[in-house]
Write a new protein. Sequence first.
Length: 173
Amino acid sequence: MTLGVVLDTGPLIRLAQVKLLEKLNEVYSEISIPPTVFREAVTIGLELGFEDAPIIKQAIDEGLIKVRSPSEERVARVQAASNTFGVDLGLGETEAIALGSSNVLLTDDESAMLVAKSIEVKTGGTPSLLIYMVSEDLISKEEAVEAMEVMIEKGFWLSPRIVHRFHKLIEEV
């Protein structure tokens, strides 16, 4: 088991859609989301009837995922870094990066990754998480490929280059 992980809204929703949230506790020591990510994924998700929202809520209710607030100081640091790059991050991404200081930030947003790395927050994306899960025998290659296909069918956009690299790396594991 490695560090804890902080999830941004996108990876949280995608992992819930493919029923892989429960596997996170086999990868990370602690799983956290900031309040804005909770609001985006659960509160608004339930209001709009999204299928992933009850799955995420259940994971929180069962204690698998903790909702934690970042310090105002860390949020200000992220906002300053964001301004330096001319990047307009949402509040969910900002809070997730702010929480990520001693954890890994799981995000698929390239701007969020850029800002996070600039303040020395380790980052990873959903494709790399799936590859890692295969390498640790937590899921099969077939399950990873199927999960990625479902995510893409449900609107997860990745460049063709990243999709190709994902498939290549899965085969190499």
